[in-house]
Ligand binder design. Structure first.
Ligand code: GLN
Length: 465
């Protein structure tokens, strides 16, 4: 009830697309009865959670923040949602996002932008003198609603999705913990796809320990997703006394990217020094193909989007236009009315990249570059580096008015420069808040570990925390 009240009090954040109040209260009541009897349903009995609106939820609208799916109610739960419910967790509602998870600001959804709760907090208001009601800062995205839900204390945990950084980016900008597990460790069944070969469900929590617990509940093979893999170990209890002096921490030199703020660099150095003082080996390493990851991601993303979005034709799924003088017209107008310009742009680009004459030049080339990026990481990890320490984002959160300026589109496409390579290589990574900037906004750092080293990643993250 406290969470639901807080959701009402923080409606101005626009973090939720739907709130499942009635159901939540019933579930909570049932959990309370079980807990009073001393027989909890599972590890998360009674714990409230929120879910990004691109995960299917049975009998609850799942819109992907798009007009295309504004009336879509799935008949089943995504595996990760079902697993949380099976442990007794209580669903509070579905969170706001960029349309179909395409974006880095949570400014591009059909239900309006999400506002970063830190815009309303005293440090930001006092340091900038700005009125958050007229100019707030963005949450990052595309899982901005989930990050805002955890940051504003309306929920203890939230699911996001991470294709190129969409969980870690808002996690960093909202000052919460955001885990992108190894590709395949968590089932994608019921997650409406953006890029099937890159998508993973992400976990957003208030602490690293909570993320570990949730990972333990969610990980594992799912017969409904053939890309799922067997976890190496349980992550429920991560050792508190990680031996940092035995660690080798890599600092990728290419991550000193254009646009990186001084304050972020300061944080990065501060934590690197912390490792060094604790006896860890901190080494400058090279990931030479980093600079190509944004374009490589872009080509692969658009091509998969072009094929994934075919299903939204007004017949099989989604909004159907009244203008149906012919089948062709009905398809075209439904898609025009249903999708925003970001989605339409990616569909067009993707179909172009897949044309017979461009396929080799764009799609196949991007696949090759993807392998080079993956090999960069392999090389570094094989040379003895245990984890990489990097910034998560270029700077603290941007003001909405700046973020949405037309000439800023290029900058926002650079926003994922530190996170996208991790998806291209299928690794595990986590963003953790490390400080407040001088403006009073969170700064996050990212740790990256080899695939299936999620537990180790979490224990190092907990050491920083
Ligand atoms: N910002 C990236 C994009 O727009 C990543 C999105 C994501 O991870 N879902 O594609």
């Amino acid at each position: 009830r406290k969470c639901l009240n807080r959701i009402k009090k923080t409606q101005h954040l626009n973090a939720y697309i739907s709130v499942t109040e009635e159901q939540a209260l019933i579930q909570a009541q049932e959990a309370e009865t079980r807990l009073l009897k001393g027989s909890p349903k599972g590890l998360l009995d009674g714990i409230p959670f929120a879910v990004k609106d691109n995960f299917s939820t049975q009998n609850i609208k799942t819109t992907c923040a798009s007009r295309m799916l504004k009336d879509y109610t799935p008949p089943f739960n995504a595996t990760v949602v079902q697993k949380l419910l099976d442990q007794g967790a209580v669903l509070l509602g579905k969170t706001n996002m960029d349309e179909f998870a395409m974006g880095s600001g949570s400014t591009d959804g059909a239900f309006g932008p999400v506002r970063n709760p830190w815009s309303y907090a005293a440090p930001y208001r006092e340091n900038t003198g700005l009125d958050p009601n007229s100019d707030w800062v963005v949450t990052g995205g595309s899982s901005g609603g989930s990050a805002a839900a955890v940051a504003s204390l309306t929920s203890y945990l939230a699911l996001g999705s991470d294709t190129g950084g969409s969980t870690r980016n808002p996690g960093a900008l909202c000052g919460v913990v955001a885990l992108k597990p190894t590709y395949g460790l968590l089932s994608r069944h019921g997650l409406i796809p953006l890029v099937n070969s890159l998508d993973v469900p992400g976990i957003i929590t208030r602490s690293v320990g909570d993320a570990a617990l949730v990972l333990d509940v969610l990980q594992g093979v799912d017969v409904k997703d053939s890309t799922t893999i067997l976890p190496q170990s349980s992550s429920a209890h991560i050792p508190e006394d990680v031996d940092v002096s035995a660690l080798c921490v890599g600092i990728p030199k290419e991550y000193h990217a254009p646009g990186l703020s001084m304050e972020t660099v300061e944080q990065w150095s501060r934590v690197a020094d912390m490792f060094e003082r604790a006896g860890a080996r901190v080494e400058l390493v090279s990931l030479p193909h980093t600079q190509y990851s944004i374009v490589c991601y872009h080509v692969l993303c658009c091509t998969e989007v072009a094929s994934n979005m075919v299903r939204f034709d007004g017949l099989e799924y989604g909004h159907r236009s009244e203008m149906d003088s012919s089948t062709e017209t009905m398809y075209a107008i439904s898609r025009h009315e249903g999708f925003n310009d970001v989605v339409r742009g990616r569909i067009l680009s993707g179909n172009y990249f897949l044309l017979k004459q461009s396929y080799e030049h764009y799609f196949l080339k991007a696949q090759k570059v993807r392998r080079l990026i993956t090999e960069d990481f392999k090389h570094v990890f094989n040379s003895g580096v245990d984890v990489l320490l990097t910034p998560t984002t270029l700077s603290d959160a941007t003001r909405y008015s700046d973020f949405t300026k037309e000439d800023n589109r290029t900058r926002s496409s650079q926003e994922d420069v530190f996170t996208q390579p991790v998806n291209l290589a299928g690794l595990s990574a986590i963003s953790i808040p490390t400080a407040l900037s001088r403006r009073g906004l969170p700064i996050g750092l990212q740790l990256i570990a080899p695939a299936l080293q999620d537990k180790r990643l979490l224990s190092v993250a907990q050491w920083i925390e």
